[in-house]
Design a protein around this ligand. Structure first.
Ligand SMILES: N[C@@H](CCC(=O)N[C@@H](CS)C(=O)NCC(=O)O)C(=O)O
Length: 206
């Protein structure tokens, strides 16, 4: 199995964390997402949107979207129990992550870290600020009563919501008003086999 990935990407980290927890070995290919048009024509030809993460199976089947990849890889594991309603609750939080959380909390971080400083950047960050705060508030209310997002055990819903929440401060969001979210981050980091979201250090670009 081949895993097209980028070290800076929280969406890719989600997949990497699950692969590690499951002990699945893959060939990881680092994609330079800022220059993929010039540097990775083979990847672009295979990937539906030209975005990472993408998994390519040994028979050539390609699967994109972090949530779809998590769902597929977690089938049969404790991170995605079989019960239909539990699975649906997990999907509820994964859809929340993609619709409300990632487009605000992750986008603010990406703008802050990787776009040109200036008025345009500030306007774009301000445009997603309220949505991000609302998403963090939703998480806080839910986690006040619970250990994890679904049924008090660690699932792929927690994996989906973890990385960009962990790095929310890089996008200008304070986690101080969200103590239940901060406690949950610590519980995720205590899961046996947890590996941190590391973005520093040398990366080999093929
Ligand atoms: N909804 C997608 C988002 C994928 C995504 O936006 N990937 C970014 C890196 S985090 C990317 O590849 N950007 C390069 C581009 O947009 O060309 C997922 O969850 O996998």
């Amino acid at each position: 199995m081949r895993f097209y990935s980028n070290r800076l990407s929280g969406n890719c980290y989600k997949v990497r964390l699950l692969l590690d927890l499951l002990g699945i070995k893959v060939e990881e290919v680092e994609i330079d997402i800022f220059r993929s048009r010039e540097t990775h024509p083979d990847f672009l030809a295979r990937s539906p949107e030209g975005k990472v993460p993408v998994i390519e199976f040994d028979d050539g089947t390609v699967l994109a979207e972090s949530g779809a990849i998590l769902f597929h890889l977690a089938c049969g594991s404790p991170y995605l129990p079989d019960a239909a309603l539990v699975r649906s609750e997990i999907l509820q939080w994964m859809f929340f992550e993609q619709n409300q959380h990632e487009p605000s909390v992750a986008v603010a971080r990406s703008l802050q870290l990787y776009s040109e400083p200036g008025l345009e950047r500030e306007v774009s960050i301000q445009a997603v600020r309220a949505k991000g705060q609302r998403a963090l508030g939703t998480m806080e209310r839910h986690l006040k009563e619970r250990e994890f997002f679904v049924r008090d055990f660690f699932t792929i819903a927690d994996i989906a919501l973890y990385p960009y929440t962990r790095r929310a401060e890089e996008g200008g969001f304070s986690l101080q008003p969200y103590p239940a979210v901060r406690s949950w981050l610590g519980r995720v980091e205590s899961v046996p086999g947890f590996v941190p979201f590391v973005t520093e250090g040398p990366v080999e670009i093929p």
